[in-house]
Design a binder for this molecule. Structure first.
Ligand SMILES: Cc1cc2nc3c(=O)[nH]c(=O)nc-3n(C[C@H](O)[C@H](O)[C@H](O)COP(=O)(O)OP(=O)(O)OC[C@H]3O[C@@H](n4cnc5c(N)ncnc54)[C@H](O)[C@@H]3O)c2cc1C
Length: 584
């Protein structure tokens, strides 16, 4: 019987709670959500467990801890609505490979984190992604794929996904379309699935919106409260230290201290590292940074256009690599296929995991889009849109026929049909986040990011492009046109950008000399301080990160529950009074 659940899973409505001030409306939602501006300046807030950040990682853990008796406080820098002033706290200075600079395009400071604006594309890691590969220094996860598999399966439910592979069991229909006979020694088929909100299947899962519909008396949410410092006991002791408190602040100068014996950092791949580095009042190098690893081995998924197709071939390519739907017991799921390097060729040529998938860019004068804009009164250029509709009557009629009669998705007029690519990165200690000289409005040093893209990444993408070209030609598929930069061994500025997937900056390793967190995601040498999110990934495969982020968050939540239960029973056996602390 779930104690907290999504509507339909649990019909228990939380009683509306009386509360005054700016937080009042939020209290009515069922979840105790409070605005930091309603908290008295200088207050000390106590909790058993504090979660910093309310993105997919933080809210997955909170949801799992609902009803456990653990007093959980989720501290979120943003609010329920986007706010440019708050988003500006995520600004970076980029001194390495070009990254997207506009904060809202790559991170969202809002309840629900970047799931507020994400694209919902999910994929599993491959077994090889977890392996220690001699040609990828620092590779190898301290957790076996088999140990993570049950958490990945659980994570699919949190993300509104069906079984995570289209060929897997549990899907009512087999694939409707045959896959082209690409040589499996060279290329393999991969699939992505799109996260869907079970209540609003037209939308991707937005963690903030879904969580607000939940009820749980032991979870408190504090909005517009940014953590500015993590305070530990004395650092440098051989026996390690422990987390003691967190400082929080808002843009209006309000401050408070949170005392919690257990803290989980879920602030995202850049902010997790930045917060540890900024927390230098007790430990001058920052918390958990005895071996100077915090912020290093920054990885992302360098992404760009790898090859394109003639527009005359777009329909043939879409028939193979466009989205398709499969049904399971949980409902209808949307998949899309793509192509990746085979494990054999990766091992033989010492290459990284990389994959390519179809992306279509609609023409600005696509008459279907123009008609939609006109009908919904969203057109910014009504004359131009009206001309796009009037001058292409056949396209409009065929679109109506496809949508209303054949009930298929409409074929749009395209500007470009191409394969985008994403490549795994070799962990490079010089690819890193440092504290810059500039400060944000809370007085914290801005993250200075020196992101590096190495030769192995470019060589892997080059091989992928050339193999797709050769195999598509051999099997009679439309011949792609490979991007100009591919054979040059380098890439022009802007050809590859980050994919908003910062990873590896607090990497997981059993040995504290090689990683910031241990295999249970606890910061080495800091009792009670845990990290969730892609910053703990030792390597990041090609897969979009959120499925693995949620899987690791579920694993950590189980660990926190077991830890709390162990401490509770230990306390019952002890003659000492419990002092009101359940987790420590
Ligand atoms: C445009 C876009 C598209 C994307 N598409 C995909 C996709 O298709 N598939 C995929 O897998 N991933 C995608 N991602 C990435 C995905 O959104 C992230 O992997 C995921 O949201 C990370 O979850 P998280 O909980 O670790 O961190 P986040 O979602 O970043 O959440 C971190 C939270 O911590 C809060 N926070 C930060 N600092 C502090 C502080 N000091 N004090 C208090 N709170 C703080 C933030 O406000 C935020 O709410 C996309 C991202 C973007 C921006």
């Amino acid at each position: 019987m779930p104690i907290m659940g999504y509507p339909g899973e649990n019909d228990t409505a939380a009683p509306a709670r009386a509360h005054s001030g700016r937080g009042a409306a939020a209290w009515m939602l069922g979840m105790p959500i409070e605005e930091f501006s309603c908290v008295e300046n200088g207050t000390e807030i106590a909790a058993d467990l504090c979660i910093v950040g309310s993105g997919p990682a933080g809210l997955t853990i909170a949801r799992e801890l609902a009803g456990t008796g653990i007093d959980v406080l989720v501290v979120e820098s943003g609010g329920l609505e986007p706010d440019p002033g708050i988003d500006a706290l995520s600004r970076i200075v980029s001194v390495g490979a070009p990254r997207i600079l506009e904060p809202t395009h790559v991170r969202n400071r809002i309840f629900g984190g970047s799931s507020h604006g994400w694209s919902g594309r999910c994929a599993s890691f491959d077994d090889l992604d977890f392996a220690a590969r001699p040609f990828v220094p620092l590779s190898g996860w301290p957790v076996a794929p088999a140990a993570l598999a049950p958490y990945v399966a659980r994570a699919t439910r949190h993300l509104g996904l069906g079984p995570d592979r289209p060929e897997g069991r549990g899907l009512a229909a087999a694939r409707l379309r045959p896959r082209p006979p690409l040589d499996p020694a060279l290329l393999r088929h991969v699939a992505w699935q799109f996260s869907r909100d079970p209540v609003e299947p037209q939308a991707f899962m937005r963690f903030g919106r879904r969580f607000r519909a939940c009820t749980a008396a032991n979870i408190r949410i504090l909005l517009h409260a940014s953590v500015t410092h993590l305070t530990t006991g004395p650092c440098g002791a051989a026996a390690g230290t422990l987390i003691e408190s967190l400082d929080v602040a808002n843009l209006e100068g309000r401050r408070a201290v949170i005392r919690a014996p257990t803290v989980v950092l879920c602030a995202g791949g850049i902010e997790n590292a930045r917060l540890l580095l900024c927390s230098n009042r007790v430990c001058p190098a920052g918390v958990g940074n005895v071996h100077d690893l915090v912020g290093r081995t920054l990885m992302d998924h360098p992404r760009g256009s790898l090859l394109h197709f003639r527009l005359a071939d777009a329909a043939a390519i879409r028939a193979i690599y466009g989205p398709y739907k499969l049904d399971s017991e949980q409902g209808r799921h949307v998949f899309a296929d793509g192509v990746a390097l085979s494990p054999a060729i990766r091992a033989r040529r010492q290459l990284l995991n990389c994959a390519a998938w179809l992306h279509e860019v609609r023409a600005p004068d696509d008459p279907i889009d123009a008609a939609r804009r006109l009908i919904s009164r969203a057109s910014e250029a009504p004359g131009r849109d009206a001309w796009a509709v009037a001058s292409q009557p056949l396209r409009v009629l065929s679109g109506l026929h496809e949508s209303l009669v054949r009930r298929r998705s409409v074929t749009h007029k395209l500007e470009r049909s191409h394969f985008l690519c994403a490549v795994e990165q070799r962990p490079d200690p010089d690819s890193r986040i440092r504290l810059g000289a500039r400060r944000d409005r809370l007085g914290l040093p801005v993250a200075e990011i020196d992101w590096r893209i190495g030769e192995q990444e470019i060589a892997s993408l080059t091989m992928l492009a050339r193999l797709i070209e050769a195999e598509f030609t051999r099997t009679g598929l439309p011949r792609p046109i490979v991007a100009d930069w591919v054979d040059s061994g380098r890439y022009p500025a802007g050809a590859l950008m980050d994919a908003a997937h910062p990873s590896g900056t607090t990497r997981m390793a059993a040995d504290p000399r090689h990683g910031v967190v241990d295999e249970n995601c606890q910061v080495h040498g800091v009792e009670g301080l845990f990290i969730a999110g892609s910053s703990v990934f030792p390597t990041a495969g090609h897969a979009n990160p959120t499925l693995m982020i949620v899987a690791l968050a579920l694993r950590l939540a189980d660990r926190l529950k077991a830890r709390a239960a162990g401490q509770e029973s230990g306390r019952r056996r002890s003659a000492e009074p419990a002092a009101g602390i359940l987790v420590g």
